[in-house]
Design a protein around this ligand. Structure first.
Ligand code: UTP
Length: 413
C-alpha cells in the first residue's frame, strides 16, 4: 500500500471513531514519520479501545457473596513447622523446580523516573543500587547457598524493553549467569484522555502503554515461555513486581508450605493496620479467592473480627504470587477484564507542544494479575510482616521509607 492509500484508509478509520485529531500535524511530518504514524494507526484496534473507554463508565452490577479468605500468619508458625516447610521448599529449589518472573513493564508514572523503573537507583549509605540489582542480589543468594542459578524471566513493555536489556548488558547482568535471564515483552494499548480521545506523545506517535501486569499470562505464553519452563522441568513459579525492595523471591518457607499443603496458587498478604487505608483486600468471592476493590469494602467489613479477635478483611496484596506450572498454564487461557487507571501522561497539546500535566489527565487500561485467582477453588494466603517483606517504591515519598527499611533489613543481613 502506498502512502496516499494508507492515509485515506487511516482517515476513514479515524473518522469512524471520532479520532481525526491524530492527524493534526501530519502535513508537517517528514515522509518517514508520516509512514510511522499511519502504520501505528493501522495497527490499533480502535473498536476495542473505544469500547473499553465507554464501558469503563459502567459499574458492573455485583451481587457477589463475599466471605473471608483464611490466611496463615508466618510469625505464628511453630519452629517445627518452620523447619519442615523450609526443608520442602529447599528440596524443590535443589531439584531445579523453581523459577521467578519479575513484572517490569509498568510506566512508573508516580515515581517520575526517566527510564525503566528497575533502573531507578536507591541511594544507600555506602553505595547506590538499582531496583534490578537489588532483586538480582536476592537471587544470587541461592547460587551461593545451593550452587543453583534460578531461571529469571523479566517482563518488559515496548516502551522500556530495549532500555532494560541495555541496562543489564552495561551492568554485565550483575554477574548473574545471563543464560538464565530471559526478557519478554507484554502487549500495549493506547492511552486516552478523559473524553476518550487517543493522545499523541510526539507529533508522529500515538501514546501507547503497557496493558497492565495481568497481561503477564498472555504474553508469557505468546513468547513461548511456558514451553521454556516445561523443558527445564520447572514446577513452581514466583511472580513479583520490580519495586518492592524487601521482596524475597526465593522464600523456601512459602514454597514449602504451598507444596506441602497441596495448593496450586499462593500469595502473600500484609495486615492493613489502618482500616481506612486505600488498599484492596483479599476475600472469597462466591467461594473463590479474589481481591475486593475499595468500593466493595464496607466499614463493617473493616472491623469484622473472628472469635479470636483476628480481623477478617484486612489482608492486603503484597504482589508476591506463587503458581504451580499447571496453574500458570491455566492462567494463560483466561480472558481477564480490563480496569481503568487514572494516570499522568505527557501529551502533545493543540499547538503541537509537549505538555507535562501536573495531575492525572489520562486513562490507561490495565489487566490485573490477581483477576486470575477467581478461576481457582482455593488459594494459600501467607501473612508476612510489612517491615520485613514489603517496601514498594511507588513515589518519592515511598522511596525514602523503602531506603531506610532496605538498609535495616537487607544491607545489615
Ligand atoms: P504499578 O501498579 O505500581 O504500576 O505496578 P507502575 O506502572 O509501576 O507505576 P505507576 O502506577 O505508573 O506509578 C506494579 C507492578 O506491576 C508492573 C510494574 O512494573 C510493577 O512491578 N506492571 C504494571 C507491569 O509489569 N506492567 C504493567 O502494564 C503495569
Amino acid at each position: 500500500m502506498n502512502l496516499t492509500m494508507k492515509y485515506d484508509k487511516c482517515k476513514d478509520i479515524l473518522e469512524k471513531y471520532d479520532q481525526r485529531h491524530l492527524l493534526n500535524f501530519y502535513d508537517i511530518l517528514s515522509g518517514e514519520k508520516k509512514e510511522f504514524l499511519l502504520d501505528q494507526i493501522l495497527g490499533i484496534n480502535f473498536e476495542e479501545i473505544c469500547n473499553l473507554y465507554k464501558n469503563s463508565y459502567i459499574e458492573p452490577e455485583k451481587n457477589d457473596i463475599i466471605t473471608p479468605l483464611p490466611y496463615i500468619d508466618k510469625t505464628k508458625l511453630s519452629n517445627k513447622d518452620f523447619k519442615y516447610y523450609n526443608k520442602v521448599g529447599i528440596e524443590a529449589i535443589k531439584n531445579h523446580e523453581f523459577a521467578v518472573i519479575t513484572l517490569a513493564g509498568g510506566q512508573g508514572s508516580r515515581l517520575g523516573h526517566t527510564g525503566p523503573k528497575g533502573t531507578f537507583e536507591l541511594k544507600l549509605a555506602h553505595t547506590k543500587k538499582s531496583l534490578f540489582e537489588i532483586l538480582c542480589d536476592s537471587l544470587k543468594v541461592v547460587n551461593y547457598l545451593y550452587n543453583i542459578s534460578i531461571p529469571w524471566y523479566i517482563m518488559t513493555s515496548e516502551n522500556n524493553n530495549q532500555a532494560t536489556i541495555n541496562f543489564f548488558e552495561e551492568n554485565n547482568y550483575f554477574n548473574y549467569p545471563d543464560k538464565n535471564i530471559r526478557f519478554f515483552m507484554q502487549n500495549k494499548l493506547p492511552i486516552t484522555d478523559v473524553k476518550g480521545k487517543l493522545m499523541l506523545s510526539e507529533l508522529y506517535r500515538i501514546n501507547e502503554a503497557s496493558n497492565g501486569n495481568g497481561d503477564v499470562y498472555n504474553s508469557f505464553k505468546e513468547n513461548n515461555m511456558i514451553e521454556d519452563l516445561k523443558k527445564q522441568g520447572i514446577k513452581w513459579i514466583f511472580i513479583c513486581g520490580i519495586d518492592n525492595v524487601l521482596v524475597n523471591p526465593v522464600d523456601t518457607l512459602f514454597l514449602g508450605l504451598t507444596i506441602a499443603k497441596s495448593y496450586e496458587i499462593a500469595s502473600k498478604s500484609i495486615f492493613k493496620e489502618n482500616p481506612n487505608a486505600k488498599e484492596a483486600v483479599f476475600a472469597n468471592r462466591n467461594g473463590k479467592p479474589s481481591i475486593l476493590m475499595l468500593n466493595e469494602i464496607t466499614e463493617e467489613m473493616n472491623n469484622l473480627q473472628d472469635s479470636d479477635n483476628n480481623y477478617l478483611y484486612r489482608e492486603t496484596n503484597a504482589l508476591c504470587h506463587l503458581y504451580s506450572i499447571n496453574a500458570l498454564e491455566k492462567c494463560t487461557t483466561l480472558n481477564l477484564p480490563y480496569h481503568r487507571a487514572y494516570k499522568k501522561n505527557t501529551f502533545i497539546n493543540e499547538e503541537g507542544m509537549k505538555q507535562i500535566p501536573e495531575s492525572p489527565n489520562s486513562f490507561k487500561f490495565e489487566k490485573f494479575i490477581f483477576d486470575a485467582f477467581e478461576h481457582f477453588d482455593k488459594m494459600l494466603l501467607l501473612r508476612v510482616e510489612k517491615n520485613k517483606e514489603f517496601a514498594p517504591i511507588k513515589d518519592l515519598e515511598g522511596m525514602h521509607e523503602a531506603t531506610k527499611l532496605y538498609e535495616k533489613e537487607k544491607v545489615k543481613a
